[in-house]
Design a protein. Structure first.
Length: 326
């Protein structure tokens, strides 16, 4: 079976799962923590599903991940969806390789390899990470690394895609906990502020990705795809906030552009110095981004509350012509 034929067959099986779910394609994308536009492109055949996405689709549809990939004939699952994902990873004896070697794995040795790759990228940068270093970190041989990932480029791309999937899943989980769009945005900001070592590690990978994107067409496309998804998520939250009345009538796309740029710039400042070294802190970044939400997006209050807010703002700004100082 050709790779293209297999890709279209996988898309057709996913369509069956969505049909059985009895919901819209957009709603199904939310259930499986996937950007709706990515799902649409994957169903049309212009983009491959990642292994992690197929595992979540299999779980949501109560089907076997191997059936989605065409490696088994029975679509029903006995509850061991993780086993299906393991077979798709090439973890079981005699099982076929996944159709896209750069897809982020979600179990077994491939996942260990990718996690160690991410750690080493954060510590040393893309260009300083060798396959031999990754093999040593995993206590295995370079032959094992190359069995799962044909080359260094595919491994680095898989590591980046894994970070992207992890970030997408965490964003969806945070949004699901919020009461309204304003709280959703606050949760997203808190998730981006590099408080923990894991958050700092992921930001270091993103910073290396930006540098690579400026020089590499392939990495540039990967970066553009992910960043469009991230900015679209922020814009959709802002749009919901406008509909809910918690945000004023702004252009969601332009506001998302400004807020994501603010997040990126402040994160770089936080990472420029270590914790406690006198630089910008994660807390300061969190406060600054939330101040943007309060001043630029939050719906204006009326009556006494608005007058109090204006007086507070005037006091903070200092004396004006209408309000002379002492």
């Amino acid at each position: 079976m050709s790779a293209m034929r297999q890709q279209f067959d996988v898309a057709e099986r996913v369509r069956q799962v969505i049909g059985e779910a009895g919901c819209t394609q957009r709603e199904f994308a939310r259930r499986v923590v996937m950007d709706p536009s990515k799902l649409s492109r994957s169903l049309s055949g212009s983009r491959r599903f990642t292994v992690a996405e197929l595992a979540r689709i299999a779980d949501a549809g109560n089907v076997d991940a191997g059936w989605l990939l065409g490696t088994t004939t029975d679509g029903a699952t006995d509850g061991a969806t993780g086993g299906g994902a393991g077979r798709a990873d090439g973890g079981a004896a005699g099982a076929p390789r996944p159709p896209a070697p750069t897809a982020p794995p979600d179990s077994g040795r491939p996942l260990q390899i990718v996690r160690e790759t991410v750690r080493l990228i954060a510590e040393r940068g893309f260009h300083a990470v060798r396959v031999a270093d990754i093999a040593a970190a995993c206590d295995t041989s370079t032959a094992t690394i190359h069995y799962h990932f044909p080359g260094r480029a595919e491994l680095l791309e898989a590591a980046v895609r894994w970070c992207m999937d992890e970030d997408t899943a965490r964003r969806a989980a945070r949004i699901a906990e919020a009461d309204d769009a304003r709280e959703e945005l606050r949760q997203l900001i808190a998730l981006q502020a590099p408080y923990t070592e894991r958050q700092r590690q992921q930001w270091l990978v993103w910073m290396d990705l930006w540098a690579e994107a400026a020089r590499s067409t392939a990495i540039g496309r990967l970066h553009a795809d992910f960043y469009q998804q991230w900015r679209r998520t922020v814009a959709e939250v802002i749009r919901r906030g406008i509909e809910q009345g918690v945000f004023r009538a702004v252009d969601p796309q332009f506001s998302a552009l400004r807020l994501t740029a603010l997040i990126d710039g402040l994160a770089i400042q936080v990472l420029a110095t270590g914790p406690g070294a006198g630089g910008t802190t994660a807390e300061a970044m969190d406060i600054a981004c939330n101040a943007y939400v309060d001043t630029e997006l939050t719906a204006r209050r009326s009556g006494a509350d608005a007058a109090a807010a204006r007086r507070s703002g005037a006091d903070a700004a200092g004396p004006t012509a209408d309000q002379p100082g002492p």
